[in-house]
Design a protein around this ligand. Structure first.
Ligand code: AMP
Length: 133
């Protein structure tokens, strides 16, 4: 998957911050339909569903089907996929009546990541403080 040919992210492989991927994580189980989720969107590249513990009136998660533990596992080849996750999140939020939303990717436990399958949070429906806690 080409991304700005000749100007891609340096190195095609995972970055040094790559995380180990555990296929028993909860989002992998949702992808395999082993546990239920309130699905909002699915296509060949990703799935979007309601967060089980919403932090705002709208709290959607968009996850790739690809087994990436976190942002550090994504390389140049994933650039289009990463953009797709954002665009799907925006489309879902707009469809549900939220043209304004916050898009968040936690990467690594200190940032708040608790599920080690890459995901984009989409939060909307209330004023959101900045900086985040
Ligand atoms: P993070 O802390 O960035 O890794 O975000 C993980 C998110 O996954 C949290 O907001 C959780 O509420 C959410 N979550 C955990 N288990 C489920 C589940 N079974 N269905 C939907 N969302 C979940």
């Amino acid at each position: 998957m080409a991304y700005f040919p000749g100007r891609g992210v340096r190195g095609a492989g995972p970055l040094p911050t790559a995380l180990a991927y555990d296929p028993s994580n909860v989002f992998a189980r949702i992808l395999r339909r082993e546990i239920p989720a309130r699905l909002l969107h699915e296509d060949e590249h990703c799935v979007a569903f309601h967060d089980v513990a919403p932090q705002a009136p709208l709290h959607v998660l968009v996850i790739p089907r690809k087994a990436l533990a976190g942002l550090g596992d994504a390389g140049s080849d994933d650039a289009v996929l990463l953009g797709h996750l954002l665009l799907v999140g925006r489309a879902v939020a707009e469809r549900l009546g939220h043209p304004s939303a916050r898009y968040i990717v936690n990467h690594g436990a200190p940032s708040g990541q608790s599920v080690f399958h890459l995901h984009v949070h989409v939060l909307a429906g209330r004023p959101l403080a900045w900086p985040p806690g």
